[in-house]
Design a protein around this ligand. Sequence first.
Ligand code: NDP
Length: 473
Amino acid sequence: MMPRDVDLFVIGGGSGGVRAARTAAATGARVALAESRRMGGTCVIRGCVPKKLMVFASEFREQAALARGYGWNAEAGAFEWQTFRAKLDAELDRLEDVYRKLLTSSGVTMHDTRAQVSGPNTVELGDGTRVAARHILVATGGHPVRPDVPGAALGMVSDDVFKMETLPGSMLVVGGGYIACEFACILNGMGVEVTQFYRGPQILRGFDDEARDIVASRMRGQGIDLQVNTNVVDLRPAGADTAEGGASRPNESGGSASATGSVVATDTNGVERRFESLLFATGRAPNSKDIGLEMAGVAVNQRGAIEVDAYSQTAVPSIHAIGDVTDRVNLTPVAIREGQAFTETVFKGNPTAPDHDLVASTVFTQPELGTVGLTEEAAREQEEIEVYSTSFNPMRTAFGDRPNQVLMKLVVSRASRKVLGCHIVSDGAGELIQMVGIAVKAGLTKEDFDRTVAVHPTVSEELVTMQTPTRAT
Ligand code: NDP
């Protein structure tokens, strides 16, 4: 046995890997973890956390406008990106430190280096050191991808947004998923002139249609120039044909972190427009390349996701994988559950399959879209349903000068009466759907919702007061 032998070697210090490492170490196992970038991974360093702080920062302009409706002589003024950015950097440093301390106090040995699998029970570190491990856990996450269009490197990806040196005056956001819609709203709120291209007929494909329509209409109402059935076909530096444009500087993600490197984008309709900056939010791919998986015999599917069974075990019994690299449900809390289930299964002798059913999530657009369970469209494919849906202008924004339509919606099984899905478009939908998620997960019926007395006056009381189905099939 080599002196550095461990019971578990975790590759990847994101939410899933860190949770697995800590819980395994708590059982007395000798655990090591390698991370090549910053400890905390996508969620903490270049995802959920900095994004949510940007959401908060971006909401004050609208709040000042609403305050004026209530009689306050309020002006949000101009947003200072540099001030925010300094605070953001400090907060991410603090959080990374918290993650490091958590690992150290749990007895996990950290390696700040790239690591790769070099056999069923061996990991090779960046400096060539080999570590023998009884179990290997691959938790390497994913990365944003650019589409294959000429000049694609001129666009930023989500990783780059948090590192912008200046806030651009205008930005083209390409994509219609979580990240595209969230950043379109954030940047618009910060005062950037935002255009968003989505290649399909409506943004947020896969979410409830009624909810998608309301989010899209609210985004347009806030000034985002959302163009559907539109995509980018070509990009070139504006500097090539305009005096005012500067050249973009490539960065570590292969794109431009500079918000001043203007680009000229040609769209599918042949229209050319100049933007100060461009963000590709066109999906993410698993980090499964060049980490020795093929050599060890670990199977990877066509999308590059590691193939695992219900217990996160790969084709090689000593190697497990969790989180975005397995492309199951790509959400931080799911990766954390997968990490915990891994420890239960492998280190506590209690085989536990992570539960991927009825996972609630929220798109942090403005307003937010919170969702759990089946959409109306998916439920109707499955069985006969009743839909209870109401959309209205909530009391809070009644004095505002802008329509603020919200949606409260329940999708109910006619046979079992169970609430199959809930969709909320509203400020604070993320907080609301977390609670409704408990009821839907518990399999509660429409009548259980009806038995619950409303909290008045609230927006969400509608969820327990809707008496008559809006539609039934
Ligand atoms: P998504 O898969 O949600 O969206 C990708 C978007 O890019 C889609 O609109 C897709 O269109 C579009 N697209 C893909 N390829 C191209 C192309 N070649 N040209 C133009 N458009 C293209 O990915 P995201 O990157 O937004 O998010 C990744 C995952 O991260 C999410 O699925 C989610 O699991 C997680 N996430 C969760 C968040 C949260 O919980 N709040 C926040 C951010 C991310 P189409 O629909 O036509 O395929």
